[in-house]
Design a protein around this ligand. Structure first.
Ligand code: NAD
Length: 263
């Protein structure tokens, strides 16, 4: 299928590695001009270089902390200056720490809201006006299956991502008639560097090998394996495409069947 987005311009947040990186690479493969960001300038430019070498695509890596207003403004300005416009906005950030309610204080909720809700809203606030002017745009938020089925122990993620999902659905209705779609991709257990590191830590704490921990996560999904970041990115690229023009306001779980609900 030709996704029909060659020469479109995308910003992809938090993309020096993991799911964000895979999204940036998938869009570059489709001929999209990509501006990716990460907090660290060298990590961002190394990621961009790697994608350029693999795909031949036009990719730039910029230092930007998505929780910082000035950084995000500068990131968007740079993409607009060099790319001319922003057609596709993929929001992403690292996840909040795993905590129970007893382990949290109010500042942790504020931080989680900043990192996993306001970061997306902040980017969309800046990217959306141009999309509305040109009557074409795609906003895709990387969230989590926890918005469909909360995960025990991930209280902060369960709480703030649900809020972002409510925001996305409401905004999708406000802008649909002007050619802009707003959707979420909700990954299930995905074997990124972060999950690999986490498996090592959890394994040590529980007297298990890293592989045993990964296996236990994999078996939670009917598909009996973890996702590869590319499999999440493929869904993002589709939702970013011309072909997905009638899909808006949805949360697409890419989870190997992990979510148990009908919808
Ligand atoms: P990761 O830790 O491997 O990658 C996160 C990326 O975000 C890195 O490039 C990091 O540098 C960047 N980053 C973090 N905070 C940032 C900030 N404030 N500003 C700019 N860049 C920042 O994570 P991942 O596994 O790829 O997950 C991506 C998102 O998807 C996270 O929010 C995670 O919670 C969520 N998620 C992941 C899984 C999974 O199994 N991997 C499942 C469900 C949801």
């Amino acid at each position: 299928m030709d996704l029909g987005i060659r020469n479109r311009v995308a910003i992809v947040a938090a993309a020096s590695r993991g799911i964000g990186f895979a999204c940036a690479r998938e869009l570059a493969r489709e001929g999209v001009r990509v501006f990716l960001c990460s907090r660290d300038a060298s990590h961002a430019s190394e990621a961009a270089q790697k994608i350029h070498e693999e795909t031949g695509g036009d990719v730039a890596g910029i230092a930007c902390d998505v929780t910082n207003d000035a950084d995000v403004q500068a990131f968007v300005n740079l993409a607009l200056k060099r790319g001319g416009q922003i057609d596709i906005c993929v929001t992403n950030a690292g996840g909040p720490p795993a905590k129970s309610f007893a382990e949290t204080d109010l500042d942790m909720f504020r931080q989680a809201f900043e990192q996993n809700a306001l970061s997306a809203i902040r980017l969309a606030k800046l990217a959306l006006p141009g999309m509305l002017d040109r009557k074409w745009g795609r906003i895709i938020n990387i969230t989590s299956v926890s918005v469909k089925q909360p995960i025990d122990g991930l209280l902060l993620s369960n709480t703030v991502r649900a809020g972002l999902t409510g925001w996305a659905k409401t905004v999708s209705n406000e802008v649909a008639a002007q050619g802009v779609t707003v959707n979420n991709v909700a990954p299930g257990y995905t074997l990124t560097e972060r999950q690999d590191e986490l498996a090592e830590v959890r394994g040590k704490a529980a007297g298990k090998s890293k592989q045993e921990v990964i296996e236990s996560w994999a078996l939670q999904a009917p598909i009996h394996r973890m996702a590869q970041p590319e499999e999440i990115a493929a869904a993002v690229a589709f939702l970013a495409s011309e072909r997905a023009s009638y899909i808006t306001g949805v949360t697409l779980a890419v989870d190997g069947g992990w979510v148990k609900s009908l919808l």
